[in-house]
Design a protein around this ligand. Structure first.
Ligand SMILES: [Zn+2]
Length: 406
């Protein structure tokens, strides 16, 4: 049997164990900043599978290493989840894995724990099947706080614990296809100032909310005029929250703030998006200020990292060896040619590809439409398929990039 076929054969033999591991992960709640229990569970699994080294970094992410060669390859899945929302909207217990008809349900199943389960076991197959791991070092990473601030934990790892990574594979759900980018995003606040006065005499004051009103209208119009890209789609802007500062409900408010979610397509970045807002006629006339928001994340380890809420757009070209290796790994290990596409949402790729320029692709089990929903789920038969692909990728990457393997 060819080595690539042995990957799927061996992964199929492990499918029950991978499924049990996923059930454990889903049944171990890991909301952002509270990932410690799931980190322990993943570390135990890696150790039991014979990883060469397992470490937890200062920010709380878990990293398992296989091999010690010169080409550093990173498999990343994030291990935190969003909260459950309205518990009444769940048909199953969100924090107890439920299996029905070959599908595993529970919070985090699709986003992103199925990938963690498949990556951890897929990488272990490399050792078990005797692949020559002296040519590469594979780092299997479970990152924290992705849901709160995509890219933050992965960037910290890539700068500190794993310098020199050559290619990154994200496990965010792709339904077993190969993805190569997504729109970026930035979060802004716009502030207007007024002058407070007693509400019985509005003429004495300046109403900060009224000053915001034309700005809101112009932002809504702006959404229709933003740039578009044939692959990534259109840039968008959404007013997601509004608040006012006022001395009382019987006063003219002297401050108003709106919050904006701006999705950035090709050719758009934080400077262009910020300049666009500042040049709106109503912003200039209303003497409003535009602020890029920032994030301060304190991990369960106690370490706090801060970052501007700008997450750059990234796309890897279809002909890049990382993308080609992704396609090749699916052909050889799964016997099928995957589609090459993009995510609608944002991922840790904003740091690996967007900020650090490291070629990044995506391959993951589950369908992204279930992410963050009360039907969060992954078909169990995706797990061995994904594991076989993860096992096949390092060889495929070395072969496609002209350094043997295969
Ligand atoms: Zn995710």
């Amino acid at each position: 049997m060819r080595l690539e076929e042995r990957f799927l054969d061996a992964a199929n033999g492990e499918s029950e164990r991978i499924g049990r591991f996923l059930a454990d992960l889903v049944s171990t709640p890991s909301l952002s900043r509270r990932e410690n229990a799931v980190v322990q569970r993943i570390g135990e699994e890696m150790s039991a599978l014979g990883y060469d080294e397992v470490v937890i970094d200062d920010f709380g992410s878990v990293v398992g290493r296989i091999g010690d060669g010169p080409v550093h390859i990173v498999f990343d899945s994030h291990i935190d989840t969003v909260d459950v929302g309205d518990p009444a909207s769940w048909r199953t217990d969100p924090f107890r894995a439920t299996i029905e008809g070959g599908v595993l349900f529970g919070r985090g199943a699709s986003d992103n724990k199925a990938a963690t389960a498949a990556m951890v076991h897929g990488a272990a197959l490399i050792k078990r099947l005797g692949v020559d791991a002296s040519r590469f070092t594979l780092h299997v990473v479970g990152t924290v706080q992705e849901e709160d601030c995509d890219g933050l934990a992965l960037e910290y790892l890539l700068k500190n614990a794993i310098p020199g990574a050559e290619v990154v594979v994200l496990g965010e759900a792709t339904n077993l296809d190969v993805y190569r980018g997504h729109r970026g995003r930035a979060e802004f606040a716009v502030h207007t100032r007024g002058r407070a006065a007693h509400a019985s005499a509005p003429d004495r004051g300046v109403n900060a909310i009224y000053r915001m009103q034309p700005i809101i209208e112009q932002i809504e119009r702006l959404n229709g005029q933003l740039a578009s890209d044939p692959f990534l789609g259109k840039g968008t802007i959404v007013l997601s929250k509004i608040e006012a500062q006022t001395p009382s409900l019987n006063a003219v408010p002297d401050g108003c703030t709106i919050y904006l979610d701006r999705r950035l397509t090709i050719g758009e970045d934080v400077e262009s998006a910020s300049a666009e807002l500042e040049s709106l006629e109503a912003v200039r006339k209303g003497e409003a200020t535009v602020e890029l928001l920032s994030y301060h994340g304190t991990a369960y380890t106690g370490l706090t990292l801060s970052i501007d809420k700008y997450f750059p757009t990234w796309v890897i070209s279809e002909g890049h060896p990382a993308v080609q290796a992704g396609v090749e790994a699916a052909r050889t290990s799964l016997g099928r040619t995957p589609k090459v596409g993009r995510w609608v949402f944002s991922t840790n790729g904003v740091s690996s590809a967007g900020r650090l320029g490291i070629p990044t692709i995506g391959f993951g089990p589950a369908n992204e439409v279930y992410a963050h929903t009360a039907e969060d789920q992954c078909p169990l038969d995706h797990l061995p398929l994904a594991a076989a692909w993860y096992a096949a990728f390092p060889d495929a990457y070395l072969a496609v990039s002209g350094r043997g393997g295969g």
